[in-house]
Write a protein that binds this ligand. Structure first.
Ligand SMILES: Cc1ncc(C[n+]2csc(CCOP(=O)(O)OP(=O)(O)O)c2C)c(N)n1
Length: 337
């Protein structure tokens, strides 16, 4: 399936927005976290600053999110991971309420009580979780619901190659194949699960090969490339929408930043990230669009400016929003009697 001009330009603009969003977050996250704590000899304090809590960023992983989500409609469900921003942005989750959530503000998707790993947007059918391997079962549930409602909606579960060794992966693939569910399982193979390389955690070179054990098609996209992901995902999503059942895709992708912000990355070869950045998928798609006559330098500048403005507006909205009122502390959370 070939991408149209509109789809290619959407993928490019969305990748630019994701990258700029993550680079902005990398800076904002550090506000209030380094000095004075470091000056006082204290460790990195993840609780301080405008964005409290852990932070996992997805710079470098834009192709997998846009290449899959370019095939989805609003009624389709996406379940992301602990590193969820690229998926949320590609699925159309509003940037302002998503950012406010990370700032702990009352205007956030979860009234500021979920944080960056727990973005929940029922309107755009997006959710995620800090539990590794937890994206697959709810995607099966959404797919089953779509089928019972008689709709052609599909569900996508994104997960990392580390999560592909969890029981929930195997149980979900088995159930989805057994019940012929309209679900697409998408593994982001970024070679590392925190500090553990794939070769030390995974019994097989390609997680996609595990599809055969469950009687569903499996394919690996070997390039961190939006168009390659788009083409592979097109068949998987179409198959699910037609009622022909689940598929497993594995995409080779790259994590440019630490596992979490503040990760000293002592486990990583020194030149690894610099080498990965040489095949950055954003300039690659820009060059391709220009070669094909689909984008000029001037339209690229407009696209980049528009994406950056969207991101700036979202951060401004989050900063200006109020914190939840103390009287609402026990609302929207589970409270045991
Ligand atoms: C059930 C569970 N076990 C362990 C953890 C701790 N943990 C957080 S991220 C992570 C590694 C995940 O690796 P991968 O699935 O490859 O995703 P990536 O971080 O590379 O995007 C682990 C083990 C967790 N959050 N949940």
């Amino acid at each position: 399936m070939q991408a149209s001009k509109e789809q290619l330009l959407w993928m490019f603009e969305t990748m630019v927005a994701i990258r700029h969003y993550e680079e902005t977050m990398a800076n904002v996250y550090l506000e209030g976290k380094l000095p004075p704590h470091i000056q006082k000899g204290l460790a990195f304090d993840i609780g301080s600053g405008p964005v409290p809590g852990e932070m996992h960023l997805a710079s470098g992983k834009e192709p997998v999110a846009v290449g899959v989500c370019a095939h989805l409609k609003k009624e389709d469900t996406v379940v992301g991971t602990h590193r969820p921003h690229h998926f949320a942005i590609a699925k159309g989750v509003p940037l302002d309420r998503m950012t406010a959530e990370m700032f702990g503000k009352a205007t956030g998707l979860g009234t500021g009580k979920g944080g960056h790993m727990h973005l929940f947007d029922p309107e755009h059918r997006f959710s995620c979780s800090g539990i590794i391997g937890a994206s697959l079962p709810p995607a099966c549930g959404a797919a089953l619901a779509a089928r019972k409602l008689g709709k052609d909606w599909v569900a996508v579960a994104f997960f990392g190659e580390g999560a592909g060794n969890q029981g929930s992966f195997h149980e979900s693939l088995n159930l989805a194949a057994l019940w012929n569910l309209p679900v697409v399982f998408v593994c982001e193979d970024n070679a590392w699960a925190i500090s553990v390389p794939k070769s030390q955690s995974t019994s097989i070179a390609s997680v996609a090969d595990r599809a055969a054990a469950y009687g569903m098609p499996g394919a690996r996209v070997a390039d961190n490339d939006a168009v390659a992901v788009f083409e592979a995902a097109g068949e998987a999503v179409a198959r699910a929408r037609r009622g022909d059942g689940p598929s497993l895709l594995e995409v080779k992708t790259d994590r440019y930043l630490g596992h979490f912000q503040g990760d000293p990355e002592v486990y990583r070869p020194k030149d690894e990230v610099a080498n990965l950045r040489k095949s950055d998928p954003i300039p690659k798609l820009s060059n391709q669009l220009k070669r094909q006559g689909l984008m000029t330098d001037a339209t690229e500048a407009e696209i980049v400016a528009r994406a950056k403005q969207r991101v700036a507006d979202a951060y401004e909205f989050a900063r200006k929003s109020p914190y939840p009122a103390p009287k609402d502390a026990l609302n929207d959370v589970f409270v045991s009697a």
